[in-house]
Design a protein around this ligand. Structure first.
Ligand code: LLP
Length: 421
């Protein structure tokens, strides 16, 4: 459930009619709902109730300062994957002890930054990373709290580009090698082992791969404890999927996911961390755009929008489906016709949907892409020198621009032309 509903035939974000925002900021724009962010965060809190736990929002899905600050205010921790995300989390007021640092290629500078600013743990993904982190921490006279991300070789049954838990993926340490690497970690002066980390992929619509992976982690916990390691924390990653195509998908609920966690690791006496991104932010945001032209083609018609693949790359990159709805609710029973829905970028890949049934639309009409709050704005670019589009946050009946559209001057003046050109 989200808070983007039709009222009196007009799509609203909470209590704000979308045409009001469009009139003020222009299209295209992203709009997020505070109430939906809150609701989704609480679903995880409820799913893990009774367990010692921390929900760390995966900032890669949506890292706007206002979104981070809102979630942090509810008690969320943050999962960051770069120095930039770490600084964003800190700037939004998240204390270091609520930030976990994930990622397969942390640089020395990023390690230093997090050790200086405070960090809950690093999720280490390789032996060379372990050694570098130990060296840097020792040099700074501190110890770095770590988990080791294990790769359980589990098929997450999701899109190949976002599956991370198979042995052929670049992530984590093969679980079979974990005992050796934990022994190595325990012997390093700058390292303090606090737990185990696992993340098998994103947009999982089936709980079984989680169950298999978490069973393996539970078994590893027992083995490592028998080896003398103090495994007191398990980071179980993110990945729970959302219904992109509402008419025919119903992924598992956070409560069911919570039951899997209880069943697999609930009796280990550990603190549980999870790193959900998409389920918190995905359906808390939509992309609003307007029709530039309705173009008749040879055997197919095109709806040309003012949003493009640079604004929302998921359809072009993963063949992803987003529900696309008119902002003015069509009359009941109105005839629909198939359209290819495209943006203005000069690539055939700039296609959001093919032969999608749509009600009659004309130039200037507003349409909205649902489920665009995760991996939307964060993955956008200025390809074709199209300015990054504004982000807007709604709470009840008011809204604020939380990232403004840059001017063309700002974009062009970022380049410098050397005198010798
Ligand atoms: N933790 C780690 C270590 C991750 O790599 C990810 C996502 C998450 C947590 C959050 O996963 P979520 O709960 O959001 O599924 N751009 C792609 C998704 C990439 C996901 C990368 N890692 C997309 O638009 O579908």
């Amino acid at each position: 459930m989200d808070h983007f509903l039709y009222r009196d035939g007009i799509l609203h974000a909470e209590d704000v009619p979308l045409p009001d925002i469009a009139a003020e900021v222009g299209t295209p724009f992203y709009v997020y709902s505070c109430a939906t962010l809150t609701r989704h965060y609480h679903l995880f809190e409820e799913a893990l109730a009774g367990l010692d736990h921390l929900v760390c929002f995966a900032m890669k899905s949506n890292s706007n300062q206002a979104v981070i600050a809102h979630l942090a205010g509810l008690g969320a921790g943050m999962d960051v994957v770069s120095g930039g995300e770490y600084l964003r989390a800190k700037a939004a007021g998240v204390p270091g002890e609520r930030i976990v640092f994930s990622g397969v290629g942390k640089s020395a500078a990023e390690m230093r930054m997090a050790l200086e600013g405070g960090i809950r743990q690093f999720n280490v993904e390789s032996e060379p990373e372990l050694e570098r982190l130990s060296a840097i921490a020792s040099e700074m006279g501190v110890t770095a709290p770590i988990t080791i991300r294990v790769n359980p070789d589990v098929d997450a049954r999701t899109h190949e580009k976002i599956a991370t838990g198979k042995s052929e993926n670049k992530f984590g340490i093969p679980i079979a090698r974990a005992r050796d690497v934990y022994a190595q970690a325990a012997a390093l002066p700058g390292i303090e082992v606090v737990g185990i980390d696992v993340h098998i992929g994103s947009q999982l619509t089936d709980l079984e791969p989680f169950e298999i992976a978490y069973e393996k982690v539970a078994e590893l916990t027992r083995t490592l404890r028998a080896d003398g390691h103090d495994i007191r924390r398990l980071d179980l990653g993110g990945g729970l999927g959302i219904p992109y195509e509402r008419s025919n998908t119903a992924p598992p609920l956070p409560t069911e996911y919570g039951d899997v966690i209880r069943r697999t690791v609930g009796d280990l006496g550990v603190e549980v961390e999870i790193e959900p991104g998409r389920l918190i932010s995905g359906n808390a945001g939509i992309l609003v755009t307007s029709v530039i032209y309705v173009k008749e083609g040879d055997g197919r018609d095109f709806l040309i929008l003012d949003a493009a693949m640079n604004d929302l790359v998921r359809p072009a990159m993963y063949g992803a489906w987003h529900d696309i709805v008119p902002v003015v609710e069509p009359a009941p029973g109105v005839d629909q016709a198939p359209f290819d829905i495209v943006g203005p970028v000069c690539e055939t890949g700039d296609t959001f949907a093919k032969q999608r049934p749509m009600p009659p639309l004309s130039e200037g009409d507003l349409v909205a892409f649902r489920s665009a709050g995760a991996y939307g704005a964060v993955m956008s670019s200025e390809y074709n020198t199209r300015p990054l589009i504004p982000e807007v946050l709604v709470k009840d009946d008011h809204f604020a621009v939380i990232r403004a559209r840059p001017s063309f001057d700002e974009i062009i003046n970022r380049d410098t032309v050397p005198s010798w050109v």
